[in-house]
Design a protein around this ligand. Structure first.
Ligand code: RFL
Ligand code: PHB
Length: 389
């Protein structure tokens, strides 16, 4: 097969890129290792910046999102007893949209079928060849048969563990990484949320987050040590802990119910520079990871794709190599700012095992300052709704 762009990975990055290219008359083929059902079974992000919703609106894939999503004008930070509300709408004139990554992905997959965008599900053993040579191509296996796709450009949208980043040698690319000494235990349950807006809580027992997918489906998280597993957290113990950490105000509104999903995710900050090599361009989790505090992962994937699709379309329309060359630097400028915000919020809200008592006093002083200072609230609101692209 021959195509303009081969995209590895049918997560949000790969699917958004495929749609934007297709809409501009550029031909993509998407290769995805898993089945559609598996891709849609992953419970991940829940908060969308306007950068992300704008892409869906531009593509005309916003009908269900407009109907089912929730608009949040504020976000709440808790320290023990106190709730500090940041009025994002008043401070920035903007809001965030609560609509799950699973729903975004489902809408993108359904629209890809309607628009005849070629997605090869269950493509195994994807391998990249000659990414900096004259005939870049991909090989993969489907139903036991080896296939080959020749493409002018390759997009590595294959997440943190995918093969794309691995073909960039240590002489050419450089990783920057920070691993945190805890993870997030997440629980999804069909119970009404305890609050209208998200609550990020700093408690002396550790971080907690009250989030939601709808007015009848809640998503809660707590910070846990890395040596624990979900077997350490039967439902009742989880509900007791989340109530303690959210504080009495929010806890009095928590509705308990059986967990639909329970998982532990490690926390990591990671950036790979540069985000391209030859004809290969990385986007989304393939190039960077943020800790989930601040909900930036999916939104960064969307902003990468805005930059990358513009550059690829300029290349196919007018042979413009400059836009392709500028992609990495342009994307990284925004990525590092989101990395900073996610790292900052993680440090402000979690209990770190070392020097815990002093750190907590610093955190409480900072939260106190946040409660009093409009300048500080504006910094937080501006970053939370998403920096301009
Ligand atoms: P994805 O979503 O990981 O998609 C990559 C796709 O590539 C496929 N793939 C391959 N395909 C073909 N051949 C191979 N060899 C392949 N290897 C991998 C994978 O099957 C997959 O379908 O990356 P993408 O598209 O860049 O999107 C990024 C977002 O998914 C990610 O940033 C967020 O979900 C991060 N994240 C969260 N972000 C938030 O903002 N809030 C959250 O609450 C939140 N929770 C999470 C998360 C990420 C998690 N991961 C990656 C483990 C929870 C988890 C568990
Ligand atoms: C979620 O709803 O899954 C969620 C919300 C906000 C975050 C992280 C995760 O910062």
């Amino acid at each position: 097969m021959k195509t303009d762009v081969v995209i590895i990975g049918a997560g949000p990055s790969g699917l958004m890129l495929a749609h934007l290219l297709h809409a501009a008359g550029v031909n993509p083929i998407v290769l995805e290792r898993h089945t559609q059902e598996h891709v849609l079974s992953r419970i991940r992000a829940g908060v969308l910046e306007s950068t992300t919703t704008d892409v869906l609106v531009e593509l005309g894939i916003d009908e269900r999102m407009n109907r089912e999503s929730l608009q949040h004008d504020g976000v709440v930070f808790a320290d023990g007893e106190r709730l500090i509300r940041i009025d994002m709408a008043a401070l920035t004139g903007r809001h965030v949209t609560v609509y799950g990554q699973t729903e975004v992905t489902k809408d993108l997959i359904d629209a890809a079928e309607d628009r005849n965008i070629h997605v090869v599900w269950e493509s195994e053993d994807v391998a990249l060849h000659n990414v900096d040579g004259v005939d870049p191509h991909i090989t993969y296996t489907k139903n036991g048969k080896e296939e080959r796709v020749d493409a002018k450009l390759i997009a590595g949208c294959d997440g943190f563990h995918g093969p794309s980043r691995q073909v960039i040698s240590a002489e050419t690319g450089r990783p920057f990484e920070l691993i945190y000494p805890f993870g997030w235990l997440g629980v999804l349950a069909d119970v009404p949320p305890c609050t209208e807006e998200l609550i990020y809580a700093n408690h002396e027992r550790g971080f907690a987050l009250a989030s939601m997918r709808s007015m009848s489906r809640s998503r809660y998280y707590i910070q846990v040590p890395l040596d624990q597993t979900i077997d350490d957290w039967p439902d009742e113990k989880f509900w007791d802990e989340i109530c303690t950490r959210l504080g009495p105000n929010a806890a009095s509104h928590v509705t308990r119910g059986p967990s639909l999903e329970k998982s532990i995710a490690p926390l990591r900050s990671f950036v790979f520079e540069p985000m391209n090599h030859g004809r290969l361009f990385l986007a989304g989790d393939a190039a960077h990871i943020v800790p989930p505090t601040g909900a930036k992962g999916l939104n960064l994937a969307a902003s990468d794709i805005v930059y990358l699709s513009d550059a690829m379309i300029a290349y196919f329309k007018s042979g413009d190599e400059a836009a392709l060359k500028g992609y990495s630097a342009k994307a990284l400028a925004r990525i590092w700012k989101s990395e900073r915000f996610s790292w900052y919020l993680t440090k402000l809200m979690h209990r770190f095992p070392e020097n815990a008592d002093f750190d907590r006093r610093m955190q409480l002083a900072e939260l106190d300052y946040l409660a009093e200072s409009e300048a500080m609230q504006t910094m937080l609101a501006e970053n939370y709704v998403g920096l301009p692209i």
